[in-house]
Design a protein around this ligand. Sequence first.
Ligand SMILES: [Zn+2]
Length: 326
Amino acid sequence: MEKKLTPEVISAYYEKKFPVERFMAFIGLSNFKNREFGFVVGEHNRFVRNISFQNTEKMLEFMVKNSVKDAYVGAVFDTPPSKEHPIQKIKWNYREFIYDIDIDEYDLVRTCGCQGAQYCKECWSLVQDATVFIDKTMREDFGFHDIIWIFSGRRGVHGWVRNPIIQKFDKNQRVAILDYLTFIHDEKRSQSIDEIPNESKPLRNRIYALTAKSYLEKITPKKLHEFGISVNKAKDIIKQVQNSDDFDHTKYNILIPNDSAVRKKLSSEIILRRYPRIDRKVTMDTNRVSRMPYSIHGKTGQIAIEIKDIKNFYPDSAPTVWEALM
Ligand SMILES: [Zn+2]
């Protein structure tokens, strides 16, 4: 049954249940008053930004009084953003590095029948795999260990990388990290695929251990046969991958026939079907505001909670504002 997200429900949540200490710990206590906020307010869903607050009491007061439908948090500047001092006119200071993974980015390759904001257990595994892949890459290849994953409130997740060094990164530095991770170009149209690289070994091994494994253990023998592998061999490959705890590049090379055409076609298909699809605009834009952790999603009424264990997280299991108020 669809419940209505009324102004009363929203205000009650921010007045009584919003975990303000956890939110403050999340964005850091220093420079709070120089942080930009944005909100969707009023009957006509007006989006307002260039807002800042002296302290958390003032912030909550605003959110309760205006029954904000959606709440967003942005970068830190050298002076408090306001109508008189909009962010374009003040000096940017820092901003968390944010990944946005949405299930609808996979529309061209989803085979379950879901489109847009729809999701099911089958296609949600793409978001789960992408999260694990990116999390590991940031930790192991770049050494950024302060990463928190937040449910977007609807159909995706946001990864907040909070190490002080990366928060100072400008657009070009952020793009360089994205480029390292990118293998699918023009994701919504041509989807041209780069070959799996040999030079970056950690990344290459991760593609086999996570992406290739996930693809091969979910595929049917019939589908694998289309790559020029006999049905019996295909059955054997799938069984071996499913039973392998430490699948990697070497095992892939042992299992997949040593025919360069087969290997090339298959590896492109693996990247196309299961490799992470990141909304680059979100990560690149250092001024963008992102959904406030622990706030309410205005369309679903779900809370943007922290995800501790992505492998066991499914959007339906996230709490709603009505549950929070019970
Ligand atoms: Zn689906």
